[in-house]
Design a protein around this ligand. Structure first.
Ligand SMILES: [Zn+2]
Length: 268
């Protein structure tokens, strides 16, 4: 009898733990059903007045669209619980595919093939809809503390899986600050971009064999790398946060031109 009671208590407790996100989980499934319905739709209704053929011809050769970028963030919050709460309330309108907690636990909040709302207004090269083309990863971090070894180990595993699954180019692992200069500063200067680059996620520079051309244009280099240079100082700020995190100036000195040229050469 005692065992039965204990078992019942354990079940109730487990039920409580599972129910915390029950309503948002239900909402997720409902929305996915709606998208599945859209995928089945033919003919697709539009208002362009196109002279569509009366007969439907469906091709046999297609797949799902795949992400081609990874955008890394820090949450600027104090716990995973806080972030999960933010991402499961409809009114916040924000989310990310993954959240990595301080102890290395990974939450996968939505299917990689669906569009998360993590990038906001952003631009990389001529891509102005980063949410549609990217996977968003949020790392639980308040913005001033170092990232934990457990988080970075999980991140490394996750990036490896994404890179293999979607064939994501090395240069397409970027930070939120890279795609939103002047608006975002995450991940912070504590983020180890050079270590990530060693493992094949994101570019890094090598200035040892760089011969700077006489007509080198640093702003054009930033643009070629991918930065939105409409606000030059903001673009330089994002570049420095990523590649020269201790440097808070907003000018490009001669030594830094070599860094830019090295990155530009890898981006062409
Ligand atoms: Zn962000």
């Amino acid at each position: 009898m005692k065992t039965v009671l204990l078992l019942a208590a354990a079940l109730v407790l487990a039920g409580c733990a599972a129910s915390k996100y029950r309503s948002s989980n239900r909402d997720y499934k409902k929305q996915v059903k709606g998208f599945a319905k859209l995928l089945r739709e033919y003919p697709v209704e539009d208002s362009a007045g196109l002279p569509y053929a009366p007969e439907w011809v469906g091709t046999t050769n297609f797949g799902m669209r795949r992400p081609n970028f990874v955008v890394i963030h820090h949450t600027a919050q104090n716990s995973c619980d806080q972030t999960l709460k933010t991402f499961t309330l409809a009114r916040t309108q924000v989310s990310a595919h993954y959240v990595i907690c301080r102890n290395g636990t990974v939450f996968h909040l939505l299917n990689d093939l669906l569009r998360a709302h993590h990038a906001g207004v952003g631009r990389w090269g001529n891509d102005t809809d980063i949410n549609s083309s990217s996977i968003g990863i949020e790392i639980d971090n308040n913005g001033t503390e170092p990232f934990t070894a457990e988080q970075l180990a999980s991140l490394d595993l996750l990036l490896g899986r994404l890179k293999r699954a979607y064939n994501i180019p090395v240069a397409n692992f970027v930070g939120h600050s890279d795609i939103a200069p002047g608006r975002k500063v995450d991940p912070s200067k504590n983020f180890p971009w050079s270590d990530l680059a060693k493992n094949g996620y994101g570019l890094w520079y090598d200035t040892t064999a760089v011969q700077l051309p006489v007509d080198f244009n640093p702003m054009q280099a930033l643009r070629i790398i991918g930065y939105d240079i409409r606000k030059p100082e903001a673009a330089i700020g994002s570049f420095k946060l990523h590649y020269l995190p201790q440097d808070t100036t907003r000018v490009i000195a001669d030594a830094e031109k070599k860094i830019l040229f090295s990155l530009q050469q890898q981006s062409q």
